[in-house]
Design a protein around this ligand. Structure first.
Ligand SMILES: [Zn+2]
Length: 371
């Protein structure tokens, strides 16, 4: 019967998945044991330099970052020093994330004696999230003021760039959101200095989070978006983000984003390329360049001309290259009849009539613009 075959197949696949997971967990345990053995062989973790040497070895061998290698070494020391947890991982009864959670939350010998066996048993059949809640509900109240103070002093806000336009701000966020949030906290931290301040900048940034949540403060912040005219390499506060995301910020109405369009040589060619409104300085430049209407044979002075986006905004940017002077009549003709215009480079415009004839115009030779 077909149904039987189908369910047999499913059963086999699920079995294979289970075997795969068990193999993976055992292999993770083995990998940690290997790293631990390596650290032991080199001289234990007594010396920072020796530990860094092992981390570099692991990083080079596995093609991971030093930070990742360092984390793996820490995990190896943590898990391999706890035989019951290591055994549960090695036998595939729990995965690495549950193993780490138990090892970290039950750090002291007292807690290990009290809860470790029960926690491992609970972990067999519960998720990491459930295990965390189970453990936290059983931990004694933090009565140790010194430990609490040490932990409190470490408060900070950090941002780490990741790939694909994302960043960690202890939350994993799109880079533009992370940068904006971090910039806000940083600004607050720098403004919020009391007389005889003893808090570090890190600590003040962390305190700013609570201030923001309590709405004890308002802040105006501005994050810089750079859009290269080449269409690649956009960034927010120097952190790479996808061009379309940068463009969205540039055209957004929020005052919190300052967008700059940069030429390939890095020269800023417009400070608000995403806005339809043309900055005064840019308008002056375009009028000075064109001197008169750019329609073939028309000499209406630039001062009486409209500035027309050659490629309609927002597909086309508000830049000198995409703007030209057109008298009202020819502006209307461009938009309402069959005339087409293309920019051939060097400010040469090619007009194509509805009949298919082409005419080229260029600005008068002034201000160094090519004629
Ligand atoms: Zn004209």
């Amino acid at each position: 019967m077909n149904g039987g075959t189908f369910f047999d197949t499913l059963d086999t696949l699920v079995d294979e998945l289970e075997v795969g997971e068990l193999t993976l967990r055992a292999a993770q345990a083995h990998r940690l044991a290997c790293i631990e053995a390596l650290m032991d062989a080199v001289g234990g973790s007594d010396s920072t330099v020796v530990a860094e040497g092992v981390e570099s070895e692991v990083a080079a061998l596995l093609h991971v970052s030093t930070r990742t290698a360092s984390r793996m070494c820490d995990e190896a020391a943590l898990i391999c020093g706890r035989p019951a947890i290591y055994a549960a991982l090695s036998e595939g009864r729990i995965d690495l994330s549950r193993a780490k959670l138990i090892a970290v939350l039950l750090g002291s010998e007292d807690l290990q004696e009290l809860l470790e066996q029960a926690a491992i048993l609970y972990a067999y059949t519960h998720t990491t999230h459930e295990l965390r809640r189970w453990l936290l509900s059983r931990l004694p109240d933090a009565g140790d003021d010194a430990a609490r103070k040490t932990a409190f002093d470490k408060r900070c806000v950090q941002i780490t760039q990741d790939r694909d336009g994302m960043s960690d701000l202890y939350a994993y966020l799109p880079s533009e959101v992370a940068e904006s949030l971090f910039d806000t906290l940083d600004r607050l931290a720098r403004e919020n200095v009391v007389p005889d301040e003893t808090r570090t900048l890190d600590q003040r940034r962390a305190d700013a989070v609570a201030d923001l949540l309590d709405e004890r403060t308002t802040v105006t912040t501005q994050v810089n978006v750079v859009l290269p005219a080449t269409g690649i390499g956009a960034s927010v506060n120097g952190c790479p983000i996808p061009w379309p995301a940068a463009w969205q910020l540039a055209v957004s109405a929020s005052a919190g984003w300052a967008a700059w369009l940069a030429a390939p040589d890095g020269r800023v060619v417009n400070t608000s390329p995403g806005k339809y409104r043309i900055p005064m300085a840019l308008a002056r430049t375009v009028r000075a360049r064109d001197q008169h209407c750019r329609f073939p044979g028309c000499h209406v002075p630039a001062a009486r001309c409209d500035l027309d986006h050659l490629v309609a905004w927002p597909q086309g940017l508000t830049t000198d290259e995409n703007l030209h002077c057109l008298c009202r009549r020819h502006h209307r003709i461009k938009h309402q009849t069959g005339w087409k215009v293309t920019h051939l480079g060097d400010n040469v415009l090619e007009w194509t009539s509805p009949a298919g004839r082409t005419y080229r115009t260029r600005p008068p030779n002034a201000l160094g613009y090519a004629a």
